[in-house]
Design a protein around this ligand. Structure first.
Ligand SMILES: Nc1ncnc2c1ncn2[C@@H]1O[C@H](COP(=O)(O)OP(=O)(O)O)[C@@H](O)[C@H]1O
Ligand SMILES: N[C@@H](CCC(=O)OP(=O)(O)O)C(=O)O
Length: 266
């Protein structure tokens, strides 16, 4: 019998990727979204403070506009994200309202890391939302977050953004939901004999060698950015769990300490 995990979880950040929120055909994964909203609302009712970092603006925008391939041009992606983000928040608003749960949108750029005043301002917003039992829903501000020569504003992916949010607000735990059961010793989509690693206490170059680069066609991060996020959490003496988001109510089990997915904990 595998031992239960000991986790602090008064304040948690949950990150969901595009692959969890949308089907391969670009349509919304309503089952996953409904379950996510039900679960997070349930956690707030239990007295927990919850932040959701949600990708999906570009994926949802593509589906809504009927575009099959993610364009390579940044301005086109930004336009698609503007459409998708609105739709995503509309869906969240509707679904969370079923459970009486209020939400607030926070769109971030790298300024919150680079400039202490911006950092303090965003922290104030998070604290006040959480005091009000609101679930802040965070994404990168895709319409302004582009690489410019003199002003580096882009996080690049929501995996690292979620770790930055979690450390900024001093969350106890980051739960990252993806389309895979956890971190394997090598990419399980390429290697049938890949083995799930239930616990990682330290990340080094060898760990990164197991991450097989880019993930799905709509997501941007892949496993490398998830490891970078985990590294940020470990450096801040915090924990992260990577688990499959197919059924987001899995979060209840994770918080009960069930050994599901990969726990990154020093
Ligand atoms: N060592 C590994 N363990 C698990 N998944 C891996 C690994 N290396 C690469 N991957 C890939 O990373 C993908 C998850 O990343 P991604 O598609 O960006 O998800 P998300 O949209 O949830 O951010 C998996 O589906 C898998 O193809
Ligand atoms: N801001 C982008 C984030 C894309 C992204 O990081 O996607 P994912 O790898 O699914 O977490 C969006 O909402 O589409």
């Amino acid at each position: 019998m595998v031992e239960k995990r000991h986790l602090k979880s008064a304040r948690i950040v949950v990150k969901v990727g595009t692959s969890t929120l949308t089907h391969a055909n670009g349509k919304l994964n309503l089952k996953a979204i409904d379950q996510l909203c039900y679960t997070l609302s349930g956690l707030v009712n239990e007295g927990k403070q919850v932040v959701l970092v949600s990708s999906g603006a570009i994926g949802v925008g593509l589906g809504l506009l009927g575009i099959d391939e993610r364009p390579s041009s940044i301005p086109q992606q930004q336009a698609i994200a503007a459409v998708g983000q609105t739709q995503l928040m509309t869906v969240y608003q509707q679904r969370f309202a079923i459970y009486g749960q209020k939400i607030g949108q926070i769109l971030l750029t790298h300024d919150v890391v680079d400039y202490p005043i911006s950092h303090q301002n965003v922290l104030n917003t998070f604290e006040n939302l959480l005091q009000l039992n609101v679930i802040p829903i965070v994404n990168e501000n895709d319409t302004v977050a582009v690489d410019e020569l003199d002003h580096h504003t882009k996080f690049g992916d929501n995996d690292q953004l979620s770790a930055i949010v979690a450390t900024t607000i001093d969350a106890d735990l980051l739960i990252m939901l993806s389309d895979i059961d956890g971190f394997f010793d090598k990419n399980p989509r390429k290697y049938a004999d890949a083995v799930l690693l239930p616990r990682i206490g330290h990340i080094d170059e060898q760990t990164f060698e197991g991450a097989g680069g880019q993930g799905t066609k709509l997501g941007t991060g892949g496993m490398t950015t998830k490891l970078k996020a985990a590294q940020k959490m470990l450096n801040a003496d915090k924990s992260m769990i990577l688990a499959n988001g197919e059924n987001p109510s899995i979060i209840f089990k994770l918080l009960q300490g069930e050994p599901i997915g990969t726990l990154f904990q020093a």
